[in-house]
Design a binder for this molecule. Structure first.
Ligand SMILES: C[S@@+](CC[C@H](N)C(=O)[O-])C[C@H]1O[C@@H](n2cnc3c(N)ncnc32)[C@H](O)[C@@H]1O
Length: 240
């Protein structure tokens, strides 16, 4: 089995690696990644690989599978995994030092329901079958503020359509941001998509973080710098 990136090239715009990992962190990566890393199958020639149901990545039987796109250092993902041991938490993050942060938490907390895809979330999403996810999170995605970089934004019409395909009827999509203009962009794109309903009817619903939405590292820093965040929750409309 080859890693998809080996043949397709990268579609990731941010950093893939920061400073070198310490010996201890590298040792934890070496111990855990063979067990928890998702590596996508690749077929030879023109044929595309058949979809891989999320349960194939886990050894135990779980009641649902949730996806976090761009989990950073993994605080939210690890907290959700600990709070919901019956759910398979799948995270996608191309930044090695971020993945190492999550692996440290898997190691410390003994989390058996976490799997990691260390690459562009879109490659993983394309490989999953329809209606295979019970929840998805995109928390504080890079805002790419310059107009010429907007096409890099992970919240886009194309990616929303893919999430609409993957999420089960009634499943939630949560998006957090502290960037006003990106928030407007997200709302415009989400409201433009007929497959999702916004779950807010008053500002209190989106101006404060719900209790079952653990804080992320990015959000904590942003709050300390005096910025406010929006906590957007959408639900996949039932297919008719
Ligand atoms: C601003 S950071 C936020 C990290 C984390 N969610 C938090 O709130 O602390 C955005 C993250 O998205 C990741 N990212 C960017 N493009 C991505 C992609 N195509 N697939 C998966 N993750 C991506 C980056 O590596 C980065 O860690």
């Amino acid at each position: 089995m080859k890693h998809l990136e080996d043949i397709q090239g990268s579609r990731v715009y941010g950093r893939r690696q920061g400073k070198a990992l310490s010996e201890a962190r590298q040792a934890r990566m070496d111990k855990w990644m063979p067990e928890i890393e998702i590596r996508l199958p690749v077929t030879e020639g023109e044929a595309s690989a058949p979809p891989v149901p999320p349960q194939e990545y886990f050894t135990e039987s779980l009641r649902d599978y949730w996806l976090e796109i761009g989990f950073g250092k993994g605080e939210h993902l690890a907290a959700q995994a600990a709070a919901h041991p019956g759910v398979g938490m799948i995270g996608s993050e191309p930044f090695l030092n971020g993945v190492s942060g999550l692996v440290d938490q898997v190691d410390q907390q003994g989390l058996s329901n976490v799997r990691v895809f260390m690459d562009d979330a879109r490659l993983l999403m394309d490989s999953l079958p329809d209606q295979s996810l019970g929840r998805a999170f995109i928390l504080f995605p890079d805002p790419w503020p310059k107009a010429r970089h907007h096409k890099r934004r992970i919240v886009s019409a194309g990616n929303i359509a893919v999430l609409a395909r993957l999420l089960k009827d009634g499943a939630e999509l949560r998006i957090g941001t502290d960037h006003m203009e990106y928030c407007r962009w997200i709302m415009a794109h989400m409201l433009d998509n007929e497959d999702f309903n916004w779950l807010a009817d008053k500002p209190q619903n989106w101006q404060s973080r719900p209790e079952d939405w653990p804080a992320t590292r990015y959000e904590t820093k942003s709050l300390a710098q005096g910025r406010k965040s929006s906590y957007l929750r959408f639900v996949r409309r039932p297919r008719s």
